[in-house]
Design a protein. Structure first.
Length: 94
């Protein structure tokens, strides 16, 4: 299944999140750590404090109940979002 996701990000947590993406701890998570990392590379900041991306979720691993500020929407094909690359933002926050 493919989802388009829209979420609010917390600027104070970006450096920590970026560190976990870069140190391999998220990538090694099963079943979807690899896809999480790849989807963050595709993610774009589409408005202040908002990031959007698409990601695949396997049938074994359904999307969990969405926490506040996270809105997944099932889509038929990947979407391209306009905006600044999300992965550039944590580098600036350091």
């Amino acid at each position: 299944m493919l989802y388009a996701v829209k979420a609010r990000f917390i600027p104070e947590k970006l450096a920590e999140f970026y560190g976990r993406l870069m140190d391999g701890s998220i990538r090694s998570q099963k079943p979807d750590g690899e896809e999480i990392c790849e989807s963050m590379e595709r993610a774009k900041i589409t408005s202040p404090g908002v990031v959007e991306w698409t990601r695949r979720v396997t049938a074994r691993h359904r999307w969990p109940a969405a926490p506040d500020g996270l809105r997944p929407l099932e889509v038929a094909e990947p979407r391209e979002f306009e905006g600044q690359r999300f992965m550039d933002e944590p580098r600036r926050a350091r």
